[in-house]
Design a protein around this ligand. Sequence first.
Ligand code: AMP
Ligand code: ZN
Length: 113
Amino acid sequence: MSNCIFCKIIDGEIPSAKVYEDELIYIFKDIEPQVKVHLLAIPKKHITSLDELTAEDEQAIGHIFSTVAKLSEEFGITEGYRVISNCKDHGGQTVGHVHFHVLGGEKLPMNII
Ligand code: AMP
Ligand code: ZN
């Protein structure tokens, strides 16, 4: 998607604080962290919102969760974390490329994101 900021981050056109990348997914630090550790995990494929996911996206989406689990020590979230994805306007989505907020590094309040 030519005007998608997260696609531009994946392509390196917009700088980001990358913490992990492979052929399917990209994980980087949120520019406005809400808690001590606030990462964004995204599929490299442009998918506008969660409600556009199809069966062919299951590998990438599942891979996001297993990768966060595998790298929890490196990310500083071994004591636990929260994963949130906002879908479209009513869900509070502001960037139109599916993303999962990975929040941790401290005891989280219940009203976050
Ligand atoms: P959401 O409101 O769920 O769509 O989340 C979008 C998130 O993207 C927000 O937490 C923003 O702080 C974050 N964000 C927007 N632009 C950037 C950027 N250039 N680099 C890193 N995070 C960003
Ligand atoms: Zn995109």
